[in-house]
Design a protein around this ligand. Sequence first.
Ligand code: BTN
Length: 325
Amino acid sequence: MGAMMKEALLHMLTEQEGEFVSGQEISNRLDCSRTAIWKHISELRKSGYTIEAVQKRGYRLITSPDAVTAEEVSLYTGNGTFGKKITYRESVNSTQEIAHALARDGEVEGSIVLADEQTGGRGRLGRAWQSPKGTGVWMSLILKPNIPLQKAPQLTLLIAVAVSKAIEKVSGIEAAIKWPNDILISGKKSAGILTELQAEADSIHSVIVGIGINVNQERNHFSDEIAEIATSLAIEGGQTYKRAEVVGVLLQEIETLYQQYLENGFGMIKLLWESRAFSLGKRITARSITGAITGYAKGITEEGVLLLEDDHGVVHSIYSADIEF
Ligand code: BTN
């Protein structure tokens, strides 16, 4: 009885919502021995599940851990195909590295890599991304869209919409988007997206979408340099959230938007993005290696490029920059 069986057992216990499931029923449905069931109950307990075992009545799930293991996340992924294949690691340098390697080896679209901790988490523009153990969603998703290379930035905006929607669904907290892909709660950063490409000439082989969501950090988890500008769902909502649920809801949001995007194009995503945008209509400074431009954020183009009107009325197209208010 392998990992699949353990997952199936967890699903049975979860479906019963705190009611007993008899050993007989488990053994019938999963076609396995009582000894094998017991072994997997022990393993689940070791992973942090509290399971009551009572003679003649069977097993009952009492509590589950806040884990992002394949078995826990699979309880929340629904009927879609995203997240069907999950690679989980307790500690990694960066989930991006693992996802890149999987994609090079021909991994299917919708596969994800999750880690409980990243020791070398990567952010945009060469920055580090703090990913302390057991606190956030550190995930990389493999996409294989059949779109031209120059349209890839649209995917980042699509993912930003999905992250903002997922946060709102799980926590009820309003999450705005700061161009291109920061997710803000009360003006502080709660999630970020790093989109990396594997491409040949002008065709996309894979898109590796790295998503970091600060879920259960307390204030003291953040280092001094980001303490003022970062936040988590727990800090904002005053309670903790199940990270596996955040992942499951997020994957469903991404899959729905992605299907719409592939079928109907970027129009609908652009509207959704604009309705959640924090920076539009505001006076901002876009800072990049080539310098800084201050002006009004007018909107985004079909390609997802930010349009910034300076004080002389000149409209600049911003492809990559840091935005300050
Ligand atoms: C940013 O806002 O700068 C982007 C942050 C992206 C962080 C995520 S966490 C999962 C994935 N693995 C990484 O090393 N980075 C991304």
